[in-house]
Design a protein around this ligand. Structure first.
Ligand SMILES: *[C@@H]1O[C@H](CO)[C@@H](O)[C@H](O)[C@H]1NC(C)=O
Ligand SMILES: *[C@@H]1O[C@H](CO)[C@@H](O)[C@H](O)[C@H]1NC(C)=O
Length: 251
């Protein structure tokens, strides 16, 4: 039996280029003795443009790493490394944990304040354990990872016999609505003889829309998502569903 000799270094790299975008993901594991932890599965997004950028990753339930080191730099200035502010799972913090992070997994977060536009950033999240370390490396531009929190306070009310007024409020975490407006999409769903149906409407720049020609007596479910007006990044997660049935007209 060959015994592993201390000091053996193993490097595994996986390179993944996302076509059509600038994104570059690179996972690297370095074993110093036994087995290194698996590289963290990091996801970054900007929920308020340009000041609130968050990266998060789940804590493995089996043999979690002893700690993480999270840092970032501008691609053209890689000597200037900034530490990302780590928030451990379950800890209360002065930061608002983004709504779009609801998950049953224990999540780590780290905050990258005041990023600049039109700048390529590199993030490095390294999981460290006695058996070695693994890094997740990725590059991104703020413009690509914009994803607002969902709109709130969605209200749906009947207007006449077949119309509905859908109203909502912008995500409160989106700080600069005047300078950087949002647009919205509406998803509504119903069942027709057991078959699920859905319609996706928009984009709308206002925060209310009247929908016409709905069927009285049929239950509808409404959700709204928010996207940066120029179309940067992605639409938010859908808001919590709101159910409504237009009353049948009394004969
Ligand atoms: C971002 O944060 C900085 C300091 O924290 C503040 O001065 C600036 O006004 C903020 N920018 C926006 C667009 O909110
Ligand atoms: C990522 O961070 C770790 C921990 O600070 C460091 O050892 C490693 O060299 C960094 N990787 C790159 C490519 O900068």
């Amino acid at each position: 039996m060959a015994a592993a000799v201390g000091g053996v270094r193993v490097a595994v790299a996986l390179l993944m280029c996302v076509l059509g975008g600038q994104a570059l993901d690179l996972l690297r594991a370095t074993a110093t003795s036994g087995s290194p932890p698996s590289p963290p599965r990091v996801h970054c997004w900007c929920s308020s443009f340009p000041n609130t950028t968050v990266c998060s990753w789940p804590e493995p339930s089996h043999s979690p790493p002893t700690h993480y080191v999270a840092s970032y730099s501008e691609r053209h200035q890689q000597s200037v490394i900034k530490q990302c502010q780590l928030i451990q799972p379950g800890s209360s913090s002065s930061f608002m944990i983004p709504e779009s992070s609801s998950s049953s997994e224990q999540m780590w977060f780290c905050f990258l304040p005041n990023l600049k536009l039109l700048t390529d950033y590199i993030i490095n999240v390294t999981a460290v354990s006695p058996g070695g370390s693994s890094s997740y490396l990725s590059s991104f531009m703020l413009e690509e990872i914009v994803k607002p929190d969902p709109p709130v306070d969605v209200r749906v009310s009947p207007r006449g016999t077949r119309n509905l007024l859908v109203e909502w409020s912008p995500p409160p975490s989106w700080a600069n609505l005047d300078i950087l407006p949002l647009k919205y999409q509406i998803l509504y769903q119903w069942e027709n003889r057991g078959t699920p149906k859905s319609v996706n409407l928009g984009p709308f720049e206002s925060t209310k829309v009247e929908l016409k020609g709905l069927i009285p007596g049929r239950p509808y479910i409404f959700q709204v998502c928010a996207k940066e007006l120029l179309g940067l990044g992605r639409c938010s997660d859908w808001s919590s569903p709101v159910k409504i049935t237009i009353p049948r007209a009394k004969v």
